[in-house]
Design a protein around this ligand. Sequence first.
Ligand code: NDP
Length: 269
Amino acid sequence: MIGWPIGHSRSPLIHNYWLRQHGIAGEYRAEAVAPEAFPEFLKSLPERHYVGANATLPHKEAALRLSLPDDRAEAVGAANTLWFESGSLRSTNTDVEGFLANLDASAPGWDQTSDAVVLGAGGSARAVVFGLRERGIARIHVVNRTAERAVALRTRFGEQIHPASASELSSLLTSAGVLVNTTSLGMRGQPPLVIDIAPLRSGAAVCDLVYAPLQTELLKAARAAGHRTADGLGMLLHQAVRGFSLWFGTKPSVTPELRTLIEADLAKT
Ligand code: NDP
């Protein structure tokens, strides 16, 4: 995991758990690398005996530029996972996969809908919107405080994206099969997410990317109203699967034991 500062990343806990579980003699490390040193560091990965890397803030855009990105990384405009393939440094954005796999695991069949509502239009919204588009959701309504950023998503991803205002939210929810919060609202230390989900179509799936706290007010309200939910920790765990598979050639599982391990770590901080 390459970052600057490296902060408190959960990725070492996740990948080192899988390395132990699969009996692979390896180690996943956190490396604090300043932006100016990042290009050289990437070049030196093989001599440092790394088979790949995750890139986190502020390196995700540079990781995209300095590698051969796949469609997902290109579309999202940021790469968070790097690996070597036929001598090239390749990259992808695993947030797309994490978002989709988490919903698939928590709310099977969630994508049998033509309408989705996405709250927020920041970096994670790009991955979410791309994933929803990949699954063929016909209308993806994006509600964001800064309207221009929702419009920018339409410019980037096309006519399936419908920027909408907060005043339209109630009526949009009546036909939405999936509601996703990609804003930082509801996160510990941030203002609450104020939303009335009473109009949400019955049987809809609700996903919150926020994972601190784990049980957000949005998820609590959704569960109380009988909707299926997918939480931010699920996305965090599922997004790690692809990197591990690419680096070590074996697909790891998101087990209840792993979830408990990360929950305990989240509880500490
Ligand atoms: P960005 O900073 O790129 O975007 C933040 C979004 O939140 C923007 O849409 C912004 O609106 C909105 N927002 C922030 N403050 C307010 C406010 N006071 N009122 C209304 N809207 C607000 O962040 P990211 O997209 O990278 O991350 C968003 C959240 O998703 C974070 O909580 C992050 O931890 C989580 N996340 C979780 C992941 C997971 O694996 N579970 C993966 C990635 C992110 P505006 O455009 O108007 O500023």
